[in-house]
Design a protein around this ligand. Structure first.
Ligand SMILES: NC(=O)c1ccc[n+]([C@@H]2O[C@H](COP(=O)([O-])OP(=O)(O)OC[C@H]3O[C@@H](n4cnc5c(N)ncnc54)[C@H](OP(=O)(O)O)[C@@H]3O)[C@@H](O)[C@H]2O)c1
Length: 231
């Protein structure tokens, strides 16, 4: 195991499975200390071998009591990277014409409102200067590139996340880097078995991008290879 970055730390929100779990494993392999959040115990078996480096926390980003308790437990902790990864695909096959108000509220709370709200509350936990706050968005949130018939509500929720992140960054006083990351189309429960790449490839690419962008002080919309995506 690489031990060269043992002074570095990351907080990964939504790490029970899929890309969040892959990010925790990739940071841990690189020797980082990681705090990983899950909604429910037990912790993923894949993290048992990193027990000295990975601390688990319980957090549901939509539950105000859960967020308040989590923030009080992490108060004063400073991370090089805070990555808000949690997200859902939304009601299958639904469109603006067929979605219910409850389904739409749940989708937009989970994918757009709660991530930005949590990001704002965690600003004081991001290391000033070289620290990065990252949001897991999608290329499907690009108003320029997306726009087909596929998953219109999910696309809209990620466009909303991007727009809210831009407004949040515009009002932010802190001197940190903010990244809106597209992980690629990845083989997870959400991405499906037919996706382009596996979790390890995406996570390795995203951590390379995060390490390269530390200290840039910009807000960028990037894919897992560091390629800029138009808003
Ligand atoms: N896979 C892709 O191809 C792809 C492409 C573009 C963007 N993304 C984005 O990447 C992120 C991760 O996706 P994935 O493919 O890894 O999906 P996944 O396998 O379905 O995992 C989703 C993760 O989000 C967590 N989560 C959901 N709602 C939450 C909440 N209210 N509070 C806290 N955690 C919550 C889940 O926890 P539980 O286990 O408790 O449900 C799980 O850890 C999402 O934001 C997704 O939109 C994925």
């Amino acid at each position: 195991m690489a031990k060269s970055h043992l002074d570095k730390s990351a907080l990964i929100i939504g790490a029970s499975r899929g890309l969040g779990l892959g990010l925790v494993e990739e940071f841990a392999v690189r020797g980082w200390h990681v705090t990983a959040t899950i909604r429910h115990e037990p912790a993923p078996v894949a993290l048992q071998k990193f027990s000295e480096q990975v601390a688990m926390e319980i957090l549901d980003i939509n539950d105000l009591n859960s967020v308040t308790a989590f923030l009080s437990r992490t108060a004063g902790q400073i991370f090089d990277v805070v990555f808000i990864n949690a997200g859902i695909s939304g009601p299958e096959g639904k469109t603006a014409e067929t979605v219910t108000p409850d389904e739409m509220t749940h989708l937009f709370m989970t994918n757009a409102i709660s991530p930005v709200r949590l990001g704002a509350k965690l600003l004081g936990n991001v290391k000033p200067g070289n620290g990065i706050l990252a949001f897991m968005t999608s290329v499907l949130g690009s108003v320029t590139l997306s726009g087909g018939a596929y998953a219109p509500l999910y696309c809209a929720s990620k466009s909303a996340l991007n727009q809210l992140t831009r407004s949040f960054v515009a009002s932010m006083k802190e001197s940190i880097t903010v990244l809106s990351m597209h992980p690629g189309w990845v083989k997870t429960d959400m991405g499906g078995a037919g996706a382009d790449i596996d979790v390890a490839t995406s996570a390795k690419g995203m951590v390379d991008v995060l390490e390269a962008k530390a200290g840039s002080g910009k807000h960028e919309y990037l894919d897992y290879r560091g390629k800029t995506i138009p808003w």
